[in-house]
Design a protein around this ligand. Structure first.
Ligand code: GRF
Length: 187
């Protein structure tokens, strides 16, 4: 049995990646235990998984970023959390915050990084007539979507693929990739 590291998952919305991480973490050989879920959105659908699986969760308003981060840090320290996963967390953390967790924050992005950093990924992928796309789990550093890559999954774009179908296909891959990347990062 592995000694599980306490982790916190940050979300802003739907939470399918959060759900997938929680499900994986129920395996006694998975390297993390989800001790806390933080959302910057009190309406985030993903919070239902916190309730369903009885995991403590906090909503912190992001309007004041410094206060948001201070509150996060207090909870993280209080719960002896050592690993942070951003899973559809749509805000940018400060350099100072990130530096405090060297190689201990990871993120998932719906493209084959370093291509298509930032928002509206699938739209830009299609506009650019790419043949392949995918998703990436990477360490978080001070630059957006630029940290060292942990794992990627590549898929072929179908003829007449719509933004919506691509989003759905990539999301399915993300949900499989994220737990796999956590295992790899903490091996
Ligand atoms: C995912 O596509 C993720 O890559 C992006 O936001 C989406 C979040 O989905 N950053 P979910 O909330 O995990 O369902």
């Amino acid at each position: 049995m592995v000694k599980k590291i306490n982790a916190c998952i940050f979300i802003s919305g739907r939470g399918t990646n959060l759900k997938s991480i929680i499900m994986s973490s129920r395996d006694y050989n998975f390297p993390i235990i989800v001790k806390l879920i933080i959302s910057d959105n009190d309406n985030a659908k993903g919070l239902k998984y916190a309730k369903k699986f009885n995991i403590p969760y906090k909503f912190f308003n992001y309007k004041n970023k410094m206060q948001f981060e201070r509150k996060c840090l207090l909870e993280i320290k209080r719960r002896k959390i050592e690993f942070l996963c951003l899973a559809g967390f749509m805000k940018i953390l400060s350099k100072k915050f990130i530096m405090g967790f060297n190689n201990k924050i990871i993120n998932i992005h719906p493209s084959l990084l370093p291509k298509f950093k930032g928002l509206n990924t699938h739209k830009r992928v299609l506009q650019n007539k790419e043949k392949f796309t995918g998703c990436t789990v990477h360490y978080v550093n001070a630059k957006l979507d630029s940290g060292k890559i942990i794992l990627q999954k590549k898929i072929k774009i179908n003829l007449n693929e719509s933004e919506d179908s691509l989003r759905k296909r990539v999301l399915k891959e993300e949900n499989n990739l994220y737990p796999e990347a956590i295992r790899l990062a903490l091996k």
